[in-house]
Write a protein that binds this ligand. Structure first.
Ligand SMILES: Cc1cn([C@H]2C[C@H](O)[C@@H](COP(=O)(O)OP(=O)(O)O[C@H]3O[C@@H](C)C(=O)[C@@H](O)[C@H]3O)O2)c(=O)[nH]c1=O
Length: 184
């Protein structure tokens, strides 16, 4: 298993080791003791989520407000996504920076997303099964988000705007600037 730092402090790309044999392959999706050691922090995941998406679905950019903020361990079981994380911690040296990675069934990579991030992904294949662990429970009243095409962030999404499929809720999200003003 390899761990790579990303441009955002506390956000890591994890490359689990895969064991191949004549039957197929095996890999550990999560091992509390090993992941804690590898990431240098304690982990207390309490909820597992699974979503199915068709090509062009963009979910994001989401987070839960404190005290319900969630760290996440995200991965793709089937298909391929562009996964994006935005640092929303005002005190962070990488405040307003984003990280964009491709997570796929083939590469098996995982992304550890610390608390204080907005997170989203774009389904790049016809069928995407996306799985993630969270360390705080879902709290609908704490849900918040930033518009995926925020002009200041200017995230280079890997599909054409016209091909994207968003939820009604995600079409109404504020841009980053508006969100930061409303929070003050
Ligand atoms: C996130 C979530 C949703 N739901 C319900 C609410 C709603 O009726 C339905 C679909 O919810 P959403 O539209 O919010 O699902 P979705 O757009 O997939 O939301 C997710 O997006 C990704 C990018 C994340 O990072 C997650 O934290 C989460 O915000 O599922 C739960 O019951 N538990 C949960 O933990």
């Amino acid at each position: 298993m390899e761990v790579e730092k990303t441009e955002i402090e506390g956000c890591f790309l994890i490359k689990p080791k895969r064991f191949y044999d004549e039957r197929g392959s095996f890999s550990e999706g999560y091992n509390k003791a090993r992941y804690e050691k590898m990431l240098g922090r304690s982990l207390n995941f309490c909820q597992d989520n699974l979503s199915y998406s068709v090509k062009g679905v963009l979910r994001g950019l989401h987070f839960q407000r404190s005290p319900h903020a969630q760290a996440k361990l995200v991965q793709v079981i089937k298909g391929k996504v562009q996964d994006v994380v935005v640092d929303l911690r005002p005190e962070s040296p990488t405040f307003k920076k984003y990280v964009s990675v491709v997570l796929s069934e083939e590469n098996g990579y995982q992304l550890f997303v610390p608390k204080g991030m907005a997170h989203g992904f774009l389904a790049l294949t016809d069928e995407v099964v996306f799985q993630y662990k969270c360390d705080a429970y879902y709290q609908p009243e704490a849900e918040a988000g930033i518009m995926y095409n925020d002009p200041e962030l200017s995230i280079p999404w890997m599909m054409n705007e016209k091909e994207l499929i968003l939820s009604g809720k995600d079409k109404e999200l504020p841009v980053l600037n508006q969100f930061l003003h409303e929070e003050q």
